[in-house]
Design a protein around this ligand. Structure first.
Ligand code: BDR
Ligand code: CA
Length: 314
């Protein structure tokens, strides 16, 4: 089994990805770390605790910082994920599960040191926790089995961003952290927005999941009502499943085509949060990409096979 740390800002699509991990027989979830993003850090952490309690997931949940490495937190996108960041479903007054006493990046470091060569990190929120873990314990880069990130957009299919024309939310929310993660010599695969947006779930698909997918399937139906309405208002035919794409890559990389190269993240100016890869196959004059490690980015996905895998797993 692959031991997985899930770094997340639940989040409707984050919750869907967590259920994907939970129901995958190849996966052993070992920890959850929260980032700010779809809600404040208090909200995303509360949602993570609610999810582990509701679905009987017995792993530590550790909270990340309330702000990015530099600058303020910014406003959560209530119009996408709801005011409670989980589709405005009714939540219990109290949640019995409590957070791990360690900060998120410390749990990441501890789990990787305890399981050298065995941990995969699936990171689907801001990159803050990963950057802090790398700063404090650079050796984890060589101890981790794999890192899969949902974040950025590399311009395939003409798509560069969702929060600005140049930037995707998980990177725009902490560009410096993302650039530090991109500079790490670890085995990273980035599944950018330009590829996650190639997969949409239709109402018929979600209905079938609600019918055949047990409690998880019904829960997914409930949490996606606000999220689907947002997509429709934005002129998207169905709904995107961003974060589950990173899980899908971990489970079956043959669903994706990839390209290797050095990555930089723009950390200031009007294109702040933009992600750019210099492909290994191209020669360019010396520049800011040199001496950076090669990371893989996804360039395309077989959406039909991915959707079939998700449905079968749930
Ligand atoms: C990413 O941003 C968040 O809103 C989603 O959960 C996803 O991780 C998409 O840009
Ligand atoms: Ca997310």
């Amino acid at each position: 089994k692959i031991k997985v740390i899930f770094d997340t800002d639940p989040g409707v699509d984050d919750a869907m990805a967590l259920l994907f991990l939970k129901h995958s027989p190849e996966i052993e979830l070992v920890g959850i770390t929260t980032t700010l993003g779809n809600g404040t850090i208090a909200t995303t952490t509360r949602n993570a605790l609610y999810l582990v309690e509701r679905f009987g997931i017995d792993v530590p949940v550790a909270q990340g910082p309330a702000t990015p490495l530099v600058g303020p937190a910014g406003d959560p996108p209530h119009y996408v994920h709801g005011h409670n960041a989980i589709g405005d479903i009714e939540l219990p007054e109290t949640i019995a599960r409590t957070v791990d006493p360690r900060p998120a990046h410390r749990l990441i470091i501890d789990l990787i040191r305890e399981n050298p060569g065995e941990i995969a990190i699936v990171a689907v929120g801001r990159m803050t926790n990963l950057a802090l873990a790398l700063r404090e314990a650079p050796e984890i880069a060589g101890l981790v089995k794999q890192v899969v990130i949902m974040g950025g957009a590399f311009g395939f299919h003409g798509n560069h961003g969702n929060v600005t024309p140049a930037a995707e939310a998980n990177i725009a929310g902490d560009p410096l952290a993302a650039d530090e993660v991109a500079g790490g010599s670890w085995p990273v695969t980035w599944v950018g927005l330009d590829v996650t947006q190639r997969t949409q779930l239709s109402t018929e698909y979600l209905e079938a999941l609600a019918k055949d997918g047990g409690e998880a399937g019904r829960f997914i139906w409930d949490i996606t009502r606000v999220y689907v309405a947002y997509h429709h208002a934005a002129g998207v035919e169905n709904m995107f499943v961003h974060d589950s794409s990173a899980v899908a890559y971990l489970l079956d990389p043959t669903l994706f085509t990839t390209r290797s190269g050095a990555i930089r993240v723009i950390t200031e100016g009007m294109a702040v949060g933009q992600t750019i890869q210099k492909p290994d196959s191209h020669r360019f004059p010396p520049g800011d990409w040199d001496n950076r490690p090669s990371h893989r980015i996804c360039t395309e996905v077989d959406s039909e096979r991915f959707k079939a895998l998700y449905r079968q797993t749930i």
